[in-house]
Design a protein. Structure first.
Lengths: 350, 350
DNA sequence: GTTAGACTTGCATTCGTTTGCAACGAGTTT
DNA sequence: AAACTCGTTGCAAACGAATGCAAGTCTAAC
């Protein structure tokens, strides 16, 4: 034993205290120690005190890894987030982490540069035995099947699975765009352009097609659509591209998210010398913090992040408790924000 | 066995495949399976193929938790971040996660609403047997001692430990402020105000005192200082407060970070009807994405996040490999950004 | 004083890996 | 042909906690 310790000197000077060490010091069995540290297990007051004292003395901390091995619950969930350049995600991430943390669950974070990395990431989450996954990146049905086979519940955040069912929490993108379009039409806008998100983003698809549909209901069918990637930079470029394609700016630009809307406004004002909203109305989506900056005061639809986060956490935890539970989609309505980046008529009901 | 499976039906329909299952199917020993999945272990080509085929067939994935138990390496590191309202952190977090991920290390994320929660969070990181910790929240010497006793290396990000030594990666706050102040003085600014960060933030203390020192070197000793909390909102309020205290705006406002600088500009323009930079110069610190928005184009000092991130990852990994290694501080110089939110003289050396 | 009952406690097994040790075989040298 | 490599492989003992089961303790009721 002593010899063993000697050998380890080079690697780590102090072996971590285990429940056995505590047990020995307190003169009780290891199982007793385990029980003291498990809430709701039977242990007498005396026992509790002795164990706690001993544990405190040698700085014992239960090993969550070892516990996970035997209980088959790691109390970790994987959060997969793509494209953090979209400022919406940081806000989401904070709330998610906080919310899981409050429920005693740790968050293993995975960020994606490109959505194609998702396979590798899923593999990693599985190896780490996460109890569940929240993903703000799209999964195909093969991936969902794989997770299902592995018995890991997933909740998609603002994503719809392709050709497959899955538990999901979404903001009603189409309805949000419908509100925006209605207000714009109502205020007399006629020529529209759209800066969409990336092609592989269902959120973008829904927002764009929602806007187009509503526009067409109002008889507007010629709409210029340029593609962005949700970043400020791409909104900026989008505005320039629209100007180039049309030879002039349209009455209104509908950006698929706030970051691009802000980029678009920047380009309009800075490069194209157009006043916003006087010369061109710009609307976004999400309701991120920067949307409220005085210079922009975006007309947008704010996602109810707090409520969506809670729903996500609830759904995931429910599914972890009871894996048999069926799929469910919870769709939240966004909050319209009138802002000042678009010329809207005064009243314009909700 | 069958009976056992029956009992489990309610809990989880498919027990996860283990290395034993693979071994049985491939007709080899369990240790062989282990070796195939461990890069650099000796295993013949034939062995490798058979095992891989079997593993693939039943969807086997090595259990990182179990591995961690025996190797005493979880390959997870804890990242502790406070005050995510500061937009600087999301950018940092993405890069950190990406960088660790590239080195095969997972990130366990902890966010702090208040710095006082740090004790609880540290406790959690330890229970999860993280191999190391990166913290962008301040630790006192008791906490550092505790981590040291537990044998967990820590790297402080942009923090200085109180009354104690620790490995740290920082941006040179004082030097950055010195540059800003010099340029402002040089351009003829005379009356200054500062919007500082929260009191318990060493970054804020350094930035504020750095600015004050340099100002005093130039003979400016009467400086109004109001306190913020790094949020846009608090920068906004800060501007109003300064106006109230002084009865007018000063020549220049030095905000302890970009988010507050933007808030300050918003308040100046929107509420106080002052042009920026014509009526008042505003400078920030950090170089966040929003600082480049056309409406602000902040004069600021950009932290070299990418380089700092790499340094952080390197230092931590080094210390994990070799715990004996001494403390080290790596201080990076920020990149001055002239921007347009302050009236500076044309040339103004670096 | 005996016994039923409710709590506590300890024993021993289990979770899914890694890894030191020894055995084994094939190929090389003498 | 014997001796000696060297790369593969299997055996079995960890790692640190949770938990079913049985034994033990204590109280209360008869």
């Amino acid at each position: 034993m002593t010899r063993d310790n000697r050998q380890q000197v080079g690697k780590r000077d102090t072996r971590r205290a285990t429940s056995y060490d505590v047990a020995r010091l307190a003169g009780v069995s290891q199982s007793a120690v385990s029980r003291v540290f498990k809430t709701g297990a039977s242990a007498s007051q005396k026992m509790r005190e002795r164990v706690l004292a001993a544990a405190n003395e040698i700085g014992y901390r239960p090993n969550a890894i070892a516990r996970g091995l035997i209980t088959k619950r790691s109390n970790m969930i994987g959060v997969v987030i793509s494209r953090m350049t979209n400022l919406y995600y940081p806000e989401l991430l904070v709330q998610l982490t906080q919310s899981f943390s409050d429920r005693g669950i740790r968050v293993l974070l995975f960020t994606l540069e490109h959505e194609s990395e998702i396979d590798v990431v899923l593999e990693h989450t599985l190896q780490y035995q996460v109890d569940g996954i929240v993903t703000a990146a799209i999964l195909d049905s093969a991936q969902l099947d794989m997770l299902d086979a592995a018995g890991i519940p997933v909740v998609l955040y603002n994503r719809q699975a392709k050709d497959a069912q899955a538990a999901a929490v979404c903001c009603d993108q189409e309805e949000g765009e419908a509100w925006l379009v209605s207000r714009l039409i109502e205020a007399g806008h006629q020529r529209f352009a759209i800066i969409s998100g990336p092609e592989d983003s269902t959120v973008s698809t829904q927002r764009t097609s929602g806007a187009l549909r509503r526009l067409s209901e109002f008889g507007v069918n010629e709409v210029t659509v340029v593609a962005g990637d949700y970043s400020h930079e791409s909104g900026f470029r989008g505005a320039l591209e629209i100007q180039e394609l049309l030879g002039a700016l349209p009455d209104a630009v509908i950006a698929a998210n706030d970051a691009m809307a802000i980029g678009c406004i920047d380009a309009a004002r800075e490069v194209l010398g157009a006043q916003v909203p006087e010369a061109v109305s710009v609307v976004g989506f999400d309701g991120i913090g920067a949307a409220e900056y005085a210079a922009y005061q975006l007309t947008t639809v704010r996602q109810p992040v707090a409520r969506m986060t809670h729903a996500t956490v609830d759904m995931l935890l429910q599914r972890i408790e009871n894996p048999e539970i069926g799929h469910e989609q919870r769709i939240f309505q966004g909050t319209p924000v009138r802002g000042r980046s678009a010329r809207l008529t005064e009243d314009g009901g909700t």
